[in-house]
Write a protein that binds this ligand. Structure first.
Ligand code: DI6
Ligand code: FE
Length: 412
């Protein structure tokens, strides 16, 4: 086989390789050899140990810069049209998020704007959002549907999500969230709508549009029983599930998702002890979303210490969406996870790397820099990753490398 290699050298790195150490997986003076053909790491370690390696055809000196795995945003709703700035004002005037949703605003107003938008408009908007995430070091994004709520509009959303990944050379995982809100035309007939969600799923899956299935299990969303029906359907098709659980109230959603060995349960401010026990025994990852907590001015904290004690991996994400988390800044989410949730900078980093990979079922390939893993990494203007969780409102990315390729088009 005619293999060529690129050697990256003279950098300091947090690999998050737990076989190195349980913390940052730190290497002070590192080198990394990448196989050009498939962008996989052939070798990474201390520079002084870089001996007897295949001869590289390229050699890149990073001048002592900081490297980390590129970030993984494991929960986003990137494909939608319209703004909810007016709703933000209404909430500041006293209306609650749930009041607005019940009055036909909220998610359903974004559904109307999304249905009315052309494919091209939706694509351009979603692509811009994905680019903004890349400029903060993200190279893997989960994108949910859920603002279409018809078979055609859900298919459109998922196709656009795939197209964003292909055009930007990013790893995109798509999640089918047709059970996000009850469309206006089904008010009073939620079970009939769930029938349709289950009818569309095999067709969209046959078109290779679905990597995972999600639902919004909530007073203003769907019941645990309706969630079970959606999950039974996913299970019959062999598709993994995840759940918006216990965001605004405790519906027992986390326990329900755990029965289906969900990849993740997300939000979790109202998670009960039973929910924690169920998640721990089923090996479910917790995805915490500080942007939604902050923007909805939630006061109930997710049970971070109990999750730690139970040994549940904690991931973080932007939850980018127009209603509850209109942010495109994973670094700000890390900072909020530390200040609001009292997570450590190390936990915040694992939240956007190794544990985010778990939440997407990508743990074997993504989120860690070690032999055999994807060469997806970011180069930063900082001395240590903890500085990136500490400062906020800054974008200190120097370079983004995806599949071993430096993305000069994204950041200089
Ligand atoms: N929970 C959320 O925070 C988002 N979806 C969900 O199920 C909010 C979506 C929106 O308000 O548009
Ligand atoms: Fe969400």
């Amino acid at each position: 086989m005619n293999s060529s290699f690129t050697l990256w050298r003279n950098f300091r790195v947090a690999t998050f390789d737990e076989t190195r150490d349980a913390d940052w997986g730190w290497i002070e003076s590192a080198a990394m050899l990448i196989r050009d053909a498939d962008g996989v790491i052939e070798w990474i370690g201390e520079s002084e140990n870089a001996i007897n390696l295949p001869k590289p055809s390229n050699d890149i000196d990073l001048g002592g810069a900081l490297v980390t795995p590129s970030l993984i945003d494991c929960h986003t709703h990137l494909v939608y049209a319209g703004s909810r700035a007016r709703e933000f004002e209404m909430r500041l005037e006293g209306a609650s998020y749930e009041d607005i949703a019940r009055a036909g605003g909220g998610i359903r107003s974004t559904v109307a704007a999304t249905r009315a938008a052309s494919d091209e408009t939706l694509f351009v908007l979603a692509r811009e959002r994905a680019l903004a995430l890349m400029r903060e070091g993200v190279a893997t994004i989960e994108i949910k549907s859920g603002y279409g709520l018809t078979e055609i509009d859900e298919a459109r959303t998922l196709c656009i999500a795939r197209r964003v990944g292909e055009t930007l050379g990013l790893d995109v995982k798509t999640t089918y969230l047709a059970a996000h809100a009850l469309p206006d035309e089904f008010v009073g007939r939620a079970d009939d709508y769930i029938d349709l969600v289950c009818e569309w799923m095999p067709r969209l899956h046959a078109e290779k549009l679905i990597d995972a299935v999600d639902a919004f299990c909530e007073r203003i969303g769907f019941t645990p029983e309706q969630t079970r029906r959606v999950f039974e359907c996913a299970k019959s098709l062999g598709i993994p599930v995840k759940l918006h659980a216990e965001q605004l109230s405790d519906q027992g959603g986390a326990a329900r998702a755990s029965e289906f060995n969900a990849l993740s349960c997300d939000h979790l401010e109202h998670l009960s002890d039973e929910g924690i026990a169920a998640m721990a025994s089923a090996g479910v990852t917790a995805v915490l979303l500080p942007g939604a907590y902050y923007f909805l001015r939630e006061t109930r904290l997710p049970p971070v210490e109990k999750l730690r004690v139970a040994g549940i991996p904690i991931a973080l994400a932007t939850d980018h969406n127009p209603g509850s988390s209109p942010t495109l800044s994973p670094l700000l989410m890390m900072n909020m996870a530390c200040t609001l949730f009292r997570m450590t900078p190390l936990e915040a980093w694992k939240g956007f790397t190794t544990n985010a990979a778990r939440a997407l079922g990508l743990h074997a390939t993504h989120g860690t820099l070690k032999t055999g893993r994807k060469a997806n990494f970011a180069v930063w203007n900082a001395d240590h990753p903890r500085e990136l969780a500490y400062s906020f409102g800054q974008t200190p990315v120097k370079s983004l490398v995806v599949n071993g390729q430096r993305r000069e088009d994204i950041v200089q």
